[in-house]
Structures are given as C-alpha cells and as structure tokens.
Design a protein around this ligand. Structure first.
Ligand SMILES: Nc1ncnc2c1ncn2[C@@H]1O[C@H](COP(=O)(O)OP(=O)(O)O)[C@@H](O)[C@H]1O
Ligand SMILES: O=C(CO)[C@@H](O)[C@H](O)COP(=O)(O)O
Length: 481
C-alpha cells in the first residue's frame, strides 16, 4: 500500500502529442506516480490520429505508475478538444480521428455559418462561430468526402468520450467538451437538433452529457488496465477546461497555455457569445463558462523554426526588425486556415537568433491580441497571467510573454495541470467538493511571479502592420492545401 494520506485518484491528459497520467493523493495533491506515452499525428494536408493509439498510450502510461493505479478509487480523463471520433457498431474506429488542428473543413465551416443564420446567430446559439476546428465542420467534411465512413458510423465521440467509454462501456461526455462540438446549444445546455439535422447527424449517435459532479460510470473488467473493478469514473472534460480546474481558477484570472495549441482563457460567470468568432464560448467543467481563443501554431511551430535554423530553442537574440508569422499549419487566431508561415524584413545583418525570436514574437502576438476579448468587464486587467503548458518551462517563452504582455507572469510550479485538473475532478467525486476547490486546496497554482516590464508596443504594432498588409496573401494561401 502507498503511504498516501487520502484515497488515490488518477488524472489523465490525452492531448495531441502524448498521454500523461498522474496518480495523486486526494488529501494533499501530492503526485505519487506518473507515466507518459507518445501519440503520432499524420502530416500532409490533414491532421489525424488513430484513437486506438490513445488507448494503447493510456494503458502504457498507467502501467508505468505501477501499483499506485491499482489502488486508485476514482479516475478522470481529459482530452484534446473537438476531435471527431467515428465508431462502428462494434465500437471500433471507422477511420482515424480528425483532430482540432486539421483545417481541411474550413470551406464546410464557412458554408455552415452562412446556411444557418450567420456568425451572430451561431454565437448566440452555440456560444461560438464554428471554424475548422469544430467537430460539426469535420462531420460535414466527412459527409462530403467519405460518405461511406458516415454510413458506417454508429457512434460519434470526442477524444475524452472515446477513452471514458472504453473504461465504462457507456457513451458519455460533459458540458465542457460538448460545447466545442458546434452542435451543443449553450443557451439551453442541450444538443441542438436543428444543427444536427442540417448536417445529417442522428442525435442517437451522440453520448449522454453527464452533469458536473455526477459519476459517469465505473471501470469495467479489463485485463489491459491496472485499475480495480468498480473504480469510479468521473465525467472528464476537454483539456483546457481540465487545466482551468487544475489551477483552481476563479472568474477573471487569465491563463495563457503554451502547448501544441496556444490558448488564452478565463473562467466567466456570463455565457460568452462573440460574433467575431475570435473567442470560443465554451462551457467549463463546472457550472460556469470558459471564453477561450486558440492558435494552431505554438510550441511545435517555434521548435520547427529553431530546428530549421539549427538552433536550440533558447538561443534567441534581441533587437530584431524581422517579422515572422509562424502559421505553419494554417491559423485559427487570426482566422486564416489557408495561411502558411511568412517572413518579412530579412536583412544581411539579421542573425539566426533574431529570426528565432521573431517566431516566438509572432506566436505570442496572436494570443495576446485575443486576451482582451477573452476577459469580461469584471476581470482584473493587471492580475498576473498564469503561464502553463510545456512551453511555460522555457525561458524564451516566459520572457516573450512578459515583454509583449506588459503584465506580471506567474509560472505555477505544478506541471501537467490538465492531468491535475482531471485528478481534482476524480477527487471531487469522492469528497463531494467542487474540483476547483480541491485544486486550490492542493495549491497547484503556486509559483514564482515575474514582475511586469514595459510592454513592447513597437514589436506588437510592427507585427499587426505586417499581418494586415499581408492579409490577401495569407487568406489565399499557397494553394498547397
Ligand atoms: N523546457 C521546455 N522549454 C520550452 N518548451 C518546452 C519545454 N519542454 C517542453 N516544451 C514544449 O512543450 C510542448 C508540449 O507541451 P504540452 O503542453 O505537453 O503539449 P500538448 O499538451 O499539446 O501535447 C512541446 O512541443 C515542446 O516544444
Ligand atoms: O482546439 C483546442 C481548443 O479549442 C486545443 O487547445 C485542443 O484542445 C488541443 O490541445 P493541446 O493538445 O494543445 O493541449
């Protein structure tokens, strides 16, 4: 037996690049064991992953935790948002999942927005104007390009629903992840039958939306997993909503997450409805909301630029006039799905380190541009930005965010806040507490605060200028996609 004070809980983050598992002492928040296993994502025109690989990665990461997972009393799965998982009558994937960063459904997104009343109507109805990341546009793309796959589909799931379903044998989701589909009416907190009918998706194929604090099921007999039979399974949620739980976030505190995606968000009491489409009006995993803006190009894009230059990711040099818009995967914020990377202002004396700094600046510019739109009128605009995600460990990321935001930046010492948020949700099932209160009790957000420095307005306006002058090129794309 472990020397834990309380029952053990398991939190899972099944994100784009890997699965991370934490076994946590519910009494103290101490991480007693952890595991991680990678995923592969297709390259080329689309971004797809085989859902069975997420399950294998989960099994592998859990086994790395040894006996601790076997002792756990509850588990919760958080996952990358939006991905379209199509299952056949035997629960097997019909085809690989279409991921959040696959921009092939941009034409379907434009068409759906037009056909069903325009951006304002969509924002009022679902909280968001769906872009290519949203599940509804991926379903529309599939119906157009692979109608036989649609005909073979007996169940539609999001990544976290798929894994939760394999644990429990039941089809469930939660309000946080459901709000990223584009077929969940945020005003009514129910599936939107009219939108579903419009895209030809039978609501019977969708999972039941489990309420916050409700048990989604129990772990069924599985020789593959180190869980005990009967371990409670929490609703789970999307990864950003889980990180909000994991930070014990209170309304109005801004978070900037640097991972495969870049995201900026806050918890809000008011239901968001941004007709510009920049802010997605997600529900959080409790009873509140999670206005959020997301970029497709964050740590991977900057790491790619570093690799092209043959530099370590920290080898930045200051003093650049070069602008690099790192839209290697197309972009979502700003909404430029056909865009590719753009370099402007190169001179004989530009150094490789300056080019790398320009990539960081370009990635952070997009996120900070959306920050004011994410925060509502009650937010404290001088409060520290909480910096999380794999990139938050990098000095170049920390200093770029600090310089371009002009705000204090707090770096929580706890790592893996998505998995910690899932663990807090699992702990809440056992203790009856609000999961965000559990995370506050665990002091997950504690960490050093970097003082504010003067905001680098010159760089911000130079990037904004290039972005607006290059708009026709970026909108048109290179034709390669
Ligand atoms: N020490 C570090 N400094 C800067 N970046 C880092 C560091 N460690 C990891 N990263 C970045 O973190 C990214 C992964 O972040 P993570 O939040 O785990 O991603 P995701 O959850 O989207 O899979 C990697 O792409 C890598 O660039
Ligand atoms: O699409 C979004 C948010 O709307 C992304 O944030 C995904 O949820 C993927 O997350 P990571 O794998 O980067 O954590």
């Amino acid at each position: 037996m472990s020397a834990a004070e309380g029952p053990l809980v398991v939190g899972v983050d099944s994100s784009t690049q890997s699965t991370k598992v934490l076994v946590v002492d519910a009494a103290t928040g101490q991480v007693v064991a952890s595991g991680q296993a990678p995923h592969t994502v297709s390259s080329g025109a689309g971004r797809e992953s085989d859902p069975r690989q997420w399950w294998d990665a989960l099994c592998s990461a859990l086994h790395q935790c040894g006996d601790a997972a076997h002792e756990a009393a509850a588990v919760s799965i958080a996952g990358q948002q939006h991905g379209l998982v199509t299952l056949d009558g035997h629960g097997e994937p019909v085809r690989p999942a279409l991921l959040w960063n696959d921009v092939r459904s941009a034409p379907q997104a434009r068409r759906l927005v037009e056909e069903l009343g325009g951006p304002k109507t969509w924002a009022e109805r679902t909280g968001s104007v769906p872009g290519a990341s949203f599940t509804v546009t991926k379903w529309a793309w599939l119906a157009e390009h692979e109608p036989e796959a649609v005909r073979s589909t007996a169940a539609v799931r999001l990544p976290h629903d798929y894994l939760t379903g394999l644990l429990t044998g039941l089809g469930t989701t939660d309000r946080g992840d459901a709000s990223g589909t584009g077929w969940w009416a945020s005003a009514r907190e129910a599936y939107d039958e009219e939108i579903l009918a419009h895209v030809g998706l039978d609501p019977a194929l969708l999972p039941r939306v489990v309420r916050p604090g409700e048990v989604a099921g129990t772990v069924r007999d599985s020789h593959e997993l180190p869980f005990s039979k009967g371990t409670l399974v929490a609703p789970g949620t999307g990864d950003n909503a889980a990180a909000a739980l994991g930070l014990g976030l209170r309304p109005g505190t801004p978070v900037l997450s640097l991972g495969t995606s870049g995201t900026v968000y806050a918890v809000a009491r008011q239901r968001p409805a941004d007709p510009s489409g920049t802010v997605a009006g997600f529900a959080d995993a409790g009873g509140d909301w999670l206005p959020l803006a997301c970029t497709l190009n964050c740590t991977l894009a900057v790491d790619r630029v570093a690799a092209l230059l043959g530099l370590d990711r920290e080898a930045v040099e200051p003093g650049t006039d070069v602008t690099l818009l790192p839209y290697l995967d197309g972009e979502r914020t700003p909404n430029l799905p056909a865009a590719s990377g753009l370099l402007y202002g190169l001179r004989h004396d530009t150094t490789a380190g300056q080019l790398l700094q320009a990539a960081y600046d370009g990635a952070v510019h997009s996120l900070l541009g959306a920050l004011d739109l994410v925060l509502d009128q009650d937010a404290d605009r001088t409060a520290p930005l909480l910096l999380i995600g794999g990139g938050a460990r990098g000095t170049a990321w920390q200093q770029t965010v600090r310089r371009l935001s002009g705000r204090p930046v707090q770096i929580p010492q706890a790592r893996e806040l998505v998995a910690l948020g899932a663990a807090a949700q699992a702990a809440g099932l056992l203790t009856g507490e609000d999961p965000a209160a559990v995370a506050r009790r665990w002091r997950t957000a504690d960490g050093p605060v970097l003082e504010a420095v003067e905001r680098d307005e010159e760089t911000l306006s130079r990037i904004s200028g290039v972005l607006s002058d290059a708009a026709p090129l970026l909108e048109r794309g290179t034709g390669g996609r």
